[in-house]
Design a protein around this ligand. Structure first.
Ligand code: BDP
Length: 719
């Protein structure tokens, strides 16, 4: 018995050493196989010299230790002296000023506070490889980029590279509750263990910071936008301070969500009216206290007057009045107030699509300079496909930030492989025609078109306590891609995918090609089997898992019928001039083209138009047939993704392979479920046979309607 246990134990140990459980993320440095590269890396790691001192340099040292051991099975050598035996130089521009030419100093200065330069420097007859930033964190970003180039085998010691982020705040928004449940979280519980803080520091906090820094993510909001005022009490500030102290050397600032009614809930006031002097005094004192614990506190993120959250409307004040009182409290400390534009109310008799613009356009220019309005990518709610939010381009004197959702609330949660970067790329590249004819969403949020200085890209986190952080291994690709696109919104989803694949699975060319294909087709597949041709918001009630186009009753804007409006004549939401006219919130060029069902890109057709079932699509098929063909194509693509993955068994780590294989089998079933349920349901209105080319949905509608998911994850406890 004993020997069996010993055997099992050593087997587990052995297995743990070889199998990949995903914990290392994209920082799982692999042994270098390319001999020349290995020799070069060996040489460079044999003498690394830091020109200054900083806690951030300690982090770099650790990263070099880990990567060197894993890539060349040797510890790096840190030189004590800048010349002898030294190969690599690291430091800030100022620290290296004696060895940098004047031109080079100017060039590096222009890269700004987070930029870096890396490349060869000739000095006194010898060539050194240098990584230089304007601040230590710039050096850290340069080092991560350098290590990435080694991992992806693109490193060339003879060439220079410089880079700097295009967006100032690259931020994760955690929707984590203080009891560790995570709203719309599909990867376990919150990684913030508030109960054990401030005394206990979970090593995960460091690994989390390291992963973010490797992407250039420099801000995190720790708590749910459906906020709990308790986070602003002294006890919780002490806890948050521990995290802020840990994250600081990684260049990451902490933000917290502020509940608008906090002055009443934790301040003992009778009102939260933003124009009441006692309320502004509350926010001022609270904020001063916060900065006494966290001197570089980032600021607050606020959801107000949305989905039942308190806000200024309770006091007949507008969003600017509400935001400014918090912004004024933050301003003396250099803090930023992020106020969300995700506002809508079922009590307002207006298409939900229009409500944010109706509220915010008239307030243009009324927000303080340190306010950023954080706008979701689309006007409804992170649907598998939405046209870009019409607020982008509609205001001139207001800072606008982007909010993407990394957690896959509406895109397969944690059972589906859906690579989200193509969706973000689509949004970022959308032409807004305002403020200039060539303006794009990316140009507005990075300031090139809008001129705004305070820029932000936020992503709702998909991180939890699951061993692999994101539930689905490919959820990591979405965290990675978000960070990369926040750094540079002009990167393509294909190049980002390639980086992530090489860093996660290694260099095997066939695997690279196939995995990239799987990733790049995954989002369109999901749109096809969930909500093709502009359909939206037809998922399960409250948990949002799976299809439920039949949801009706209760709050209208939380039903499916509100959005698809299917009847015996046709389907779709008329948002043109003959309907809600939400289309008029876009630039006239867009409004004009999209008002015509024959000109609008078909991917947005039913988003803006209610059309007869026999409407002719560009393919010559009727709308009813087209809907069927899209659903069917989605299922077929999901099956192809599964088959392609299975063909890679020999090239991949067995644990990674099997994890994704099982989930892809679920994804295929879920794709079939979406197709069958939606087509059977819509057929009750269309009253037409299914197109001959598609697989007939099996089961009957009653079966799909009867499905119930009481244990579906990610729902707010109070729902
Ligand atoms: C929706 C989610 C809800 C969030 C809300 C928000 O279903 O849980 O609270 O967005 O962004 O997508 O505030």
């Amino acid at each position: 018995m004993k020997s069996l246990l010993t055997f099992l134990f050593s087997f587990c140990l052995f297995f743990a050493a070889v199998a990949k459980d995903g914990y290392e993320l994209w920082l799982d440095y692999r042994p270098l196989e390319n001999a020349n590269l290995k020799t070069e890396v060996d040489r460079l790691f044999s003498g690394v010299f830091f020109f200054g001192q900083s806690p951030t340099y300690e982090i770099i040292r650790k990263e070099l230790e880990i990567s060197s051991q894993q890539m060349i099975e040797k510890a790096p050598v840190f030189s004590m002296e800048r010349l002898a035996k030294t190969q690599v130089w690291m430091g800030t521009r100022e620290e290296l000023s004696q060895v940098l030419g004047l031109d080079q100093q100017v060039q590096i200065r222009e890269l700004g506070e987070d930029g870096y330069w890396r490349g060869p420097i000739d000095f006194q007859g010898k060539t050194y490889y240098a990584i230089v930033g304007n601040r230590p964190v710039g050096v850290l970003y340069g080092v991560f980029d350098w290590l990435k180039s080694i991992q992806t085998e693109t490193f060339n010691p003879k060439t220079e590279k410089s880079d700097s982020p295009k967006v100032k705040l690259r931020m994760l928004n955690h929707w984590d509750n203080l009891d560790r449940t995570v709203e719309r979280g599909y990867a376990g519980f919150s990684i913030w263990d508030w109960h054990k803080l401030p005394g206990y520091i979970d090593p995960r906090y460091i690994d989390y910071a390291r992963a973010n820094a490797s992407l250039g993510i420099n801000a995190v909001s720790l708590t749910n936008v459906n906020a709990n005022a308790r986070i602003l009490t002294t006890d919780f500030m002490k806890k948050a301070k521990v995290l802020a102290d840990l994250f600081r050397p990684y260049g990451i600032k902490v933000f917290l969500t502020a509940r608008f009614s906090a002055p009443m809930e934790i301040g003992g006031l009778k009102t939260a009216d933003p124009l009441d002097p006692a309320v502004s005094e509350f926010w001022k004192k609270k904020t001063d206290e916060m900065y006494s614990f966290i001197p570089d506190f980032g600021g607050y993120l606020v959801k107000a007057n949305s989905e039942g959250q308190p806000g200024p409307h309770e006091y007949q004040r507008n969003h600017a009045e509400g935001a400014n009182v918090l912004a004024d409290a933050l301003a003396p400390h250099g803090g930023i107030l992020i106020w969300r534009a995700f506002v809508y109310s079922h009590e307002i008799d207006e298409d939900r699509h229009k409500q944010a613009n109706l509220e915010f356009e008239p307030l243009d220019g009324k927000f303080r300079d340190n306010v950023i309005i954080q706008v979701k990518n689309g006007a409804i709610d992170f649907m598998p496909r939405e046209p870009f939010h019409p607020l982008f381009g509609a205001v001139k004197n207001t800072n606008l930030g982007m909010e993407f959702q990394i957690t896959q609330e509406y895109l397969g949660q944690a059972t589906q492989l859906v690579y989200l970067a193509p969706m973000w790329e689509e949004v970022l590249r959308s032409q807004t025609y305002r403020p200039t004819p060539n303006s794009t969403v990316a140009g507005i949020i990075d300031g090139t078109d809008s001129g705004q200085k305070l820029t932000l890209m936020a992503g709702v986190s998909n991180i939890g306590t699951d061993r692999n952080w994101t539930g689905h291994l490919f959820g990591q690709a979405n965290w990675f891609a978000f960070g990369r696109q926040a750094w540079d919104p002009y990167l393509t989803s294909a190049e980002v995918a390639e980086e992530w694949i090489k860093m996660t699975f290694g260099q095997k060319p066939e695997a690279l090609v196939k995995i990239k294909e799987i990733m790049l087709e995954s989002r369109e597949a999901a749109v096809n089997y969930m909500t093709p041709l502009g359909l939206h918001h037809i998922m399960g009630r409250s948990h949002h898992y799976g299809p439920a186009p039949w949801v009706e009753g209760g709050r209208a804007d939380w039903t499916s019928l509100y959005y698809h409006l299917a009847d015996s004549l046709g389907i779709g939401f008329d948002r043109t001039g003959s309907g809600s006219n939400a289309i008029a919130q876009y630039a006239p060029e867009i409004a004009k083209a999209w008002s015509d069902p024959n000109q609008i890109p078909e991917k947005y057709l039913l988003w803006f138009h209610h059309l007869p079932w026999d409407f002719k699509l560009k393919s010559g098929k009727t709308l009813w047939e087209g809907i069927g063909l899209h659903y069917d194509l989605g299922v077929k693509t999901a099956r192809k993704m599964e088959a392609d993955w299975k063909s890679l068994e020999a090239d991949l780590d067995s644990e990674q392979f099997d994890h994704v294989r099982q989930l892809l089998a679920i994804q295929v079933q879920e794709a079939e479920w979406w197709r069958n349920a939606c087509l059977l349901y819509f057929q009750t209105f269309a009253n037409r046979p299914f197109p001959a080319e598609i697989e007939k949905p099996e089961g009957d509608l009653e079966y799909y309607k009867s499905l119930d998911f009481p244990t579906a994850p990610g729902i707010r406890p109070r729902w």
